[in-house]
Design a protein around this ligand. Structure first.
Ligand code: ADP
Ligand code: MG
Length: 742
């Protein structure tokens, strides 16, 4: 395969019976297909037709989602974090695992895909780095060449309810996505809530007759803005995670009418994608060729990802059952062409005038202070009047200074000459006090202890607060197994409320992308929303409101006290299409139509089948909660250890101070081996404590993600119920008509 900066991986969906024609050599990244040539009447011997393809990597059937993240996504994400644009897109026929790869499987927690894992990985990197990061998120669905914003509407019942996104091209040929919201994600939780809102809108927009997810393209866009410490430079980059529509050929789908039009529209947009790739391929071979980006919305949006300033990775998704081999070969062919495109990825950084001004102001203030010190404060016209707070601040600085907690090389900066004088006075008083009180109270040592103690008290209070919040969260969950702390309760017809509640968690602010970026870089293809200033979207506080415990599948409704006799409904046959759910006899249906709550109960108990992974997720949730509890207990133990060590250290220092004062020995004020051992012990315990709180945070985030999965299942069930209920009504109306005609 020719060298290229676009990486192409082949993912093979698990299957029980792979075609014998298919062979893969993982180490070489090679796959081959040996097909029997169709024997015609005149041919005597069947000839083999062989197709060979090479990839940057093969993702075999057994690969885990974590391994896919490591192999495929981490290199791209690392570049995005250093300011280089990235795109990961999944291509392949319907059912080949594109959504599984990009978003994840619909039910099992372990199956979560690249988007949630990328979010978690990015926030982990943010925490580890000294740089300042900001994240913004957009989620766009393109259906029949029209863009829809998945993050703005929280009560959409169908795709058309979502706000439309327009594509504009400016005089410089840059594309702008107008009306696409850019939402601040200040934490991992915010980002996952946005993903949840978008995915819920995706689920709701899709109906059994119009499975939008296989006929539309979805782009999850993460914008990252970073500023290295002390730098005036801002790096802006974006990561596109793209789930393309199914690539199957129209002839194979055997559909007609609206579906045929849709299939044509998908094929048309994929056809445009193919044309763009062919043109880029020709260009990479030195030919002059127009690249028809603007023929479709999708190619316009992906302009930079293909042949532009971007690191791009394609995951070609394939199914290798005999019946899918033709499509898989065509997917591999497409991938080979993509692999030959050349991109020119570079770091997007620029000087941020607001940061530059802030730094210059800071420097000017420092210089002014130095100048005033150099002039001995004479220009201020007499002694500066200090407030009691100023004096307290000076005292704290002096205490910190004499407690040997600051590096002696560090300059003693207190702000002004008046404050400097005040600090000297405090120091003098301390010394005098030490001399006067003799052995019973070495002021400097005492001051050191005081400073240390107040710092530690503050630290303990902060940690206590952190633990308190987590313990509260855990106890609420243990209290009744409520797995939906984000969701307000709603009745059986409460789909809309469910989604608005989900949305209320984050309530993303909405900004027209072209107005979000105050600089000239409003072009989606090169920028992300500018930070700071009034134009950046504001994050709203997530609601901390929690609901009383409810059955995760019960839609939050009150239990029915008298169980109503259940009408007989034929159980649903596994694999039966969703739009053919079994209906009860007409006589029972009439009663159910009058009582929607009861109808919901009946639906849940006799018609609906929760996904197999439902129980698995519930027990995983339990396990994670007890894991969190164990970590919380461990953290408490370590905290107790820290407190004991601190008390011991204070005691030792006090003893030493007393001895030193008695013997008038200044050098004895230094920490001795016992104190140093305690200090070391405290440091070690603090590290352990930090680790535990980080673990606790991680487990808390896992708990929340499982809860979101359960909630998504519930939304799906709600939708199925609504369809079932409509069918029930139709059946009743038909039977009324029948009665009328009799
Ligand atoms: P696409 O988005 O390409 O149409 P999906 O991602 O929806 O396909 O996959 C179709 C079905 O196969 C889904 O039920 C999905 O959960 C399952 N699936 C796909 N890939 C895998 C995989 N690697 N492991 C387990 N299940 C998979
Ligand atoms: Mg899909």
């Amino acid at each position: 395969m020719p060298a290229s900066n676009i990486k192409v991986f082949l993912r093979i969906r698990p299957c029980a019976k792979p075609s014998p024609a298919f062979q893969a050599e993982e180490e070489r990244g090679a796959v081959s297909f040996e097909l029997e040539r169709q024997a015609s009447d005149v041919e005597v011997n069947n000839q083999k037709l062989s197709h060979n393809f090479r990839f940057d990597g093969i993702l075999p059937m057994a690969i885990t989602q974590e391994q896919v993240l490591n192999m495929v996504a981490k290199p791209v994400i690392d570049d995005v974090l250093s300011g280089v644009n990235g795109t990961i897109f999944a291509y392949g026929q319907t059912g080949s695992g594109k959504t599984f790869t990009i978003t994840g499987g619909p039910t099992r927690y372990e199956d979560r895909g690249l988007i949630p894992r990328t979010i978690a990985y990015m926030f982990e990197c943010f925490r580890r780095s000294d740089a300042q990061y900001k994240m913004y998120i957009s989620y766009l669905e393109i259906y029949q060449d029209t863009g829809y914003d998945l993050l703005r509407e929280d009560s959409a019942q169908k795709l058309e309810d979502l706000p439309k996104v327009q594509l504009r091209e400016d005089d410089d040929g840059h594309f702008h996505l107008r009306n696409l919201s850019v939402n601040t994600a200040a934490s991992q939780e915010d980002a996952l809530n946005l993903l949840f809102l978008g995915d819920t809108n995706r689920v709701v927009a899709e109906t059994p007759m119009n499975d939008a997810s296989t006929r539309s393209h979805c782009l999850f866009i993460i914008w990252v803005e970073s500023t290295p410490p002390g730098s005036d430079v801002v790096r802006r980059s974006k990561l596109h995670l793209v789930d393309l529509a199914g690539s199957e050929r129209v002839s194979r789908t055997g559909v007609e009418g609206k579906l045929l039009n849709e299939a044509k529209a998908i094929n048309l947009s994929l056809h445009y994608l193919e044309r763009v790739i062919v043109a880029l391929h020709a260009r990479s071979q030195g030919k002059q060729m127009h690249v028809p980006y603007r023929d479709s919305m999708m190619t316009s949006v992906l302009r930079d990802s293909l042949g532009g300033n971007c690191k791009t990775t394609m995951v070609a998704c394939s199914a290798v059952e005999a019946s899918n081999i033709d499509e898989t070969i065509s997917t591999c062919r497409f991938a080979q062409r993509v692999a030959q495109i050349k991109n020119d990825a570079k770091i997007n950084e620029e000087l941020d005038p607001t940061l530059l001004i802030a730094r210059l102001k800071r420097e000017a203030a420092e210089l002014r202070q130095e100048l005033s010190v150099a002039r001995g404060g004479v220009d201020g016209g007499g002694e500066e009047a200090l407030t009691p707070e100023d004096v307290e601040q000076c005292r704290a600085l002096v205490l910190q200074y004499v407690s040997r907690k600051v590096d002696p090389k560090e300059p003693f900066v207190c702000g002004s000459v008046g404050r400097l004088r005040c600090s000297f006075r405090i120091l003098r008083d301390l010394c005098n006090g030490a001399r006067r009180t003799g052995g019973t109270g070495d002021s400097a040592a005492q001051a050191g202890l005081e400073a240390e103690a107040s710092k530690l008290r503050l630290e303990i209070a902060q940690r206590d607060q952190e633990i308190g919040v987590m313990v509260q969260m855990l106890s609420k969950q243990r209290g009744g197994g409520d797995s939906r702390p984000f969701i307000m309760s709603e009745g059986p017809a409460g789909l809309t409320q469910a989604i608005s509640a989900a949305a209320s968690v984050t309530a993303p602010s909405q900004t027209d992308l072209s107005t979000t970026c105050p600089t000239s870089q409003t072009d989606l293809s090169t920028t992300c929303p500018a930070a700071g200033g009034g134009a950046s979207p504001e994050r709203q506080q997530p609601s901390s409101e929690q609901q009383p415990p409810t059955d995760p599948l019960a839609g939050g409704q009150q239990p029915i006290s008298q169980p109503a006799p259940k009408p007989k409904v034929a159980p649903r046959i596994p694999g039966q299409p969703r739009n053919q759910l079994p209906l009860p006899p007409v006589a029972d249906a009439a009663a159910l139509l009058l009582d929607q709550e009861r109808a919901f109960e009946v639906f849940k108990q006799t018609v609906y089948r929760p996904p197999e992974s439902f129980e698995e997720n519930k027990s995983l949730l339990k396990e994670k909660i007890s894991q969190a509890k164990a970590i919380g207990d461990g953290a408490n133990q370590v905290r107790t250890g820290i407190n004991q060590a601190k008390a011991q250290l204070e005691r030792l220092r006090m003893e030493r101070a007393v001895t030193a004062a008695n013997q008038n020995e200044a050098s004895a004020l230094e920490d001795g081996p016992e104190e140093l051992a305690e200090v070391q012990k405290i440091d070690h315990l603090k590290g352990a404590y930090r680790e535990r709180t980080a673990d606790l945070r991680r487990v808390k985030s896992e708990v929340e993600q499982i809860q979101r999965l359960l909630e998504q299942n519930r939304v799906k069930m709600q939708k199925e119920f609504e369809q079932w209920f409509v069918a029930l009504r139709k059946q009743a109306e038909l039977s009324k008509l029948d009665d009328g005609t009799k």
